[in-house]
Design a protein. Structure first.
Ligand SMILES: O=C(O)CCC(=O)C(=O)O
Ligand SMILES: [Fe+2]
Length: 345
């Protein structure tokens, strides 16, 4: 993702706070399709619901990193516009469009503090006329980035499927690129905390400084790029208690998280990654936090639910409900208490 140079523009992630030991694998290894890599990714998926990919050691890596850097620039250019211009890109299915900060409920006292702009792969390809001009003018760049991230997401899904003995042909058919889907690229912006630090919510209770509440992503896998910290992973402790652990961003690295759809393919064997975003730690809290995500989703109408294992019949698979309906229910629940009535889901 973002280069060392971009990271050097911000205070470093503090080295005295506990972080999650999320396994890291290199893009070169992922490209090798080596079965031992599949096994490592499955192990990481089962334990953390996610893994990191170091993009710097493969030929394609620097190109992808550069594309992501440009993506961050485009996100910033979009969010720098006035609110009315941003709102003109209306929310549609599965959160495609612009979502302003503060429409999601975190607690009774606190609303989300993230504005997002999500552009679907299909809208980019089909020249959707109301695409914001910032993105419309860079359609080729975005299409290229989405295609590359799509390939990376499919490689991750390939390894996870192979490592679990799932029939990859079935998994792949559920993501046929000729079918419509809500696969998307998302730009995110968290404005910085203002005012004296002593007036900010307590650091004793990090949840009171949440920017985005705990959730799992609904799709198959998510590829996430961060520069500033704040992303946390929910871990269950041996005594059953829940702990939130930071995932510190690293230059040249992507984070890949398992989503609910893939969890359903595995019949729950691999959990989806429960994560949230809180105020960036230490000196980083004074800066605008930008993030970029790629969300691979099953095709609209594709089955979800368990995928047959190699050598096992497909019995029961069609009992799964339709993905589009399933995603709609998930979003409806998320937006249940949404303040603004005029935001479509
Ligand atoms: O801002 C981030 O790092 C994560 C955003 C996220 O979890 C999401 O958009 O689903
Ligand atoms: Fe998420």
């Amino acid at each position: 993702m973002a280069s060392k140079e971009t990271f050097s523009k911000y205070p470093a992630f503090p080295d005295n706070i506990p972080t999650a030991a999320v396994p890291k694998i290199s893009l070169r290894q992922i490209l090798s399709r080596d079965p031992t890599v599949s096994k490592r990714l499955v192990d990481a998926g089962k334990e953390f619901g996610c893994f990191k990919v170091d993009l710097t050691d493969a030929i394609d890596g620097p190109v992808l990193c550069q594309g992501v850097e440009r993506g961050f620039d485009l996100g910033k250019a979009f969010f720098d516009q006035d609110i009315e211009t941003k709102k003109a890109y209306k929310l549609s299915h599965e959160n495609v469009g612009y979502k302003q900060a503060g429409v999601l409920v975190i607690t009774k006292e606190r609303r989300d503090q993230v504005e997002t702009c999500s552009v679907s792969r299909d809208d980019l390809a089909a020249s959707r006329p109301d695409l914001p001009s910032v993105f419309d003018q860079q359609r080729l760049l975005l299409q290229g980035l989405v295609a590359q991230l799509g390939q990376l997401s499919h490689l991750a899904v390939y390894h996870l499927s192979e490592g679990l003995g799932l029939d990859y042909g079935v998994v792949s058919a559920r993501h046929d690129p000729r079918d419509q889907s809500a696969t998307m690229i998302r730009f995110l912006h968290n404005p910085p905390q203002r005012g004296p630090r002593e007036e900010l919510p307590s650091t004793e209770d990090p949840g009171s400084r949440a920017y985005l509440m705990g959730h799992s992503d609904g799709g198959t896998v998510t590829i996430l790029f961060n520069v500033l910290g704040g992303l946390q992973l929910q871990r269950q402790q041996p005594d059953g208690s829940i702990e939130w652990q930071y995932i510190p961003p690293e230059p040249g690295c992507a984070l890949i998280m398992v989503g609910d759809a893939f969890k359903s393919f595995t019949d729950g064997e691999v959990p989806s990654c429960v994560h949230r975003v809180i105020q960036p730690p230490g000196e980083q809290d004074r800066f605008d936090r930008y993030a970029l995500g790629f969300f691979l989703k099953p095709a609209n109408g594709a089955s979800i639910g368990p995928v047959p294992r190699r050598g096992v019949t497909e019995n029961g698979v069609n009992k799964a409900s339709d993905y589009g309906e399933w995603a709609k229910n998930k979003n409806a629940a998320l937006y249940n208490e949404m303040r603004q009535e005029n935001v479509a889901i």
